[in-house]
Design a protein around this ligand. Structure first.
Ligand code: 5GP
Length: 112
């Protein structure tokens, strides 16, 4: 069971900023910017690489929820970044699909 599954199950605490039947969003434990949230489907998909056509609607809900939490956090005007890391080279460390919402400062490009 991943840490995100435990957060979804209510077994470990998190600073939850949004939730509905399909998606939950909470603050990252180790933020890399003034606002750093994680938007996570309740369904335990490993990454976008293992999502299937059955997940098409859920993937849309995930991205729209990310935009909604960014709006709620006041990031829309200044802009922000959505990131989903996949696998080893992608830097994924928790193997339950999640979208990082990062903002509140200017972000460099390309990523290191
Ligand atoms: P990844 O590296 O897989 O793209 O991102 C995983 C993220 O989860 C990291 O940014 C890390 O700080 C965050 N994280 C790891 N464990 C926990 C936890 O127990 N609670 C919360 N809120 N975030 C966590």
């Amino acid at each position: 069971m991943t840490v995100f599954a435990k957060i979804i199950a209510g077994e470990i605490p998190a600073n939850i900023v949004y939730q509905d039947d399909h998606v939950i969003a909470f603050a990252d434990l180790n933020p890399v910017a003034p606002v750093h949230l994680l938007v996570v489907p309740r369904k335990p998909i490993v990454s976008v690489a293992t999502a299937t056509p059955d997940d098409e609607q859920l993937m849309g809900k995930l991205v729209l929820a990310a935009a909604e939490v960014a709006r709620q956090q006041g990031l829309e005007e200044g802009g922000y970044r959505l990131i989903t890391n996949v696998g080893r080279n992608g830097g994924q460390s928790v193997f339950h699909l999640h979208v990082h919402v990062v903002g509140g400062r200017a972000l460099g490009w390309p990523p290191g």
